[in-house]
Design a protein around this ligand. Structure first.
Ligand SMILES: Cc1cc2nc3c(=O)[nH]c(=O)nc-3n(C[C@H](O)[C@H](O)[C@H](O)COP(=O)(O)OP(=O)(O)OC[C@H]3O[C@@H](n4cnc5c(N)ncnc54)[C@H](O)[C@@H]3O)c2cc1C
Length: 405
């Protein structure tokens, strides 16, 4: 039995941040209505599920929080309050046990999002959360009511508190297109322009690499840009390179390109092999063999050899020079992919536009959470973790604000 005076709360956006806030607020007894422009909820969440649904990561919190770079300062306490262990326990309560993969990433055993989302929707229904689909939020009318385009024409809703959980600006066809940014800026909310994050990079492959190896993985590699080095894997695309190791360098690549600087990534095709040892081995193995054969025997896949030849068409015969090249293949980046196919976006509502309870200071009673806030992180479960944690933090902010009202 709830001891609070129930209030009506409008949550706009049925992604993970909006739905977790809905769950919390309905659990403590408020009347919650969720509005979503798409015909079904959680489309980006389901898309994340195609890659196994990397919910969070198991690395210790200090390292974990470092993944958010500058935003780690303010996201840190929020994530500590709803940490990876809490997220895993929550998934458990929905019948979705999780496991830690070999890379430390955390996945549900089902390796997809649909069973979790189904169980979550059932729980929200039990909590009497009303879900209004095909309701496209368009702003506020002069009386301050929320306005929507609905299948039945324009409509308005009044609420005691509103949570905007509209997502970032990547993969717009899944529903979150960042169209809200101008609307909020007009209301005096400080926003930071969007840019693509966790996205592929463009490079000029030869027709052979493009035609024969697009879609082929480069496993167990390391990519570096300046001092930053990321071990992991990448995937050859017709346009260039994509995958976890590339995504992790999105931020620094974006900064260099924006400053008009040339970007050359350094690809280590044998990160676990010492260069001197590799040179000795190449010196012994080369005798009487074609260079391609030697490279294959050194453990380079056909796609790795193709990438190597694209980067340096006239490969050195000298074992020391060849080993050095295998450990640091120079890959010139010609551009970064756009928001359309980026995993996430940087930019959005500035932290300074929010108070401690995630309320927009320019719009009392209106809160914001999830990827629409200006933070960014690499793939690895950090995006969903912060979306869930900020959704809950905003729900607690609403709870406290309504209690003071
Ligand atoms: C291909 C892909 C794979 C990913 N994989 C992972 C992963 O494995 N791990 C991970 O941590 N993260 C992953 N992410 C990122 C993760 O899915 C997002 O960070 C997360 O979904 C953001 O949650 P959110 O609730 O803030 O926003 P969203 O999930 O984007 O939800 C926002 C909702 O608001 C709705 N909306 C927007 N505008 C309006 C409006 N005007 N009116 C009504 N509704 C509106 C949208 O339709 C959408 O449903 C992936 C993303 C992509 C694109």
């Amino acid at each position: 039995m709830s001891s609070i005076a129930p209030k009506k709360i409008a949550i706009i956006g049925a992604g993970p941040s909006g739905l977790i806030a809905a769950e919390h607020l309905a659990t403590i007894g408020h009347a919650v209505e969720v509005f979503e422009r798409m015909p079904t909820p959680g489309r980006k969440f389901l898309m994340a599920g195609r890659g196994g649904l990397n919910l969070t990561h198991s690395e210790p919190l200090p390292g974990f929080l470092g993944r958010y770079r500058e935003a780690g300062d303010w996201l840190g306490p929020v994530i500590v309050q709803h940490d990876p262990a809490a997220l895993r326990s929550w998934a458990d309560t929905l019948g979705q046990a999780t496991f830690i993969g070999s890379s430390g990433r955390v996945f549900p055993e089902a390796m997809k999002a649909s069973p979790l989302l189904r169980a979550w929707r059932a729980r929200l229904e039990d909590l009497d959360v009303a879900l209004h689909l095909r309701h496209d939020w368009t702003g506020w009318n002069e009386a301050g009511a929320l306005t929507f385009d609905t299948p039945d024409g324009p409509g308005t809703i009044e609420a005691d508190a509103t949570l905007l959980a509209l997502g970032g600006a990547s993969w717009p066809r899944l529903g979150s297109d960042g169209g809200w940014a101008d609307r909020l800026a007009e209301k005096g909310v400080e926003t930071v322009p969007f840019s693509a994050s966790n996205c592929g990079v463009e490079m000029a492959w030869s027709p052979i690499t493009q035609d024969r190896f697009a879609g082929a993985p480069l496993k167990s590699i390391a990519l570096s840009l300046g001092e930053e080095r990321v071990a992991g894997e990448a995937m050859i695309a017709r346009y260039g390179l994509e995958g976890g190791a590339v995504y992790a360098l999105s931020g620094p690549i974006r900064e260099h390109l924006a400053a008009g600087e040339a970007v050359t990534l350094s690809l280590d095709l044998k990160p676990h092999r010492d260069q001197a040892d590799l040179a000795r081995w190449l010196g012994r193995a080369r005798k009487g063999q074609s260079l391609t054969n030697t490279l294959r025997k050194a453990g380079l896949t056909p796609q790795a050899v193709s990438v190597l030849r694209d980067a340096v068409p006239d490969l050195p015969r000298d074992p020391d020079a060849l080993a050095a090249l295998i450990k640091a293949v120079p890959l010139a980046v010609t551009g970064q992919r756009g928001l359309d196919r980026a995993i996430s976006s940087a930019g959005g509502i500035a932290r300074t536009a929010l108070d401690e309870g995630f309320m927009l200071t320019a719009l009392p009673g209106v809160f914001a959470a999830g990827e629409m806030l200006d933070w960014d992180a690499p793939t690895g479960g950090y995006l969903l973790q912060a979306s869930f944690a900020t959704g809950l933090a905003a729900a607690r902010g609403i709870e406290a604000w309504l209690a003071d009202d």
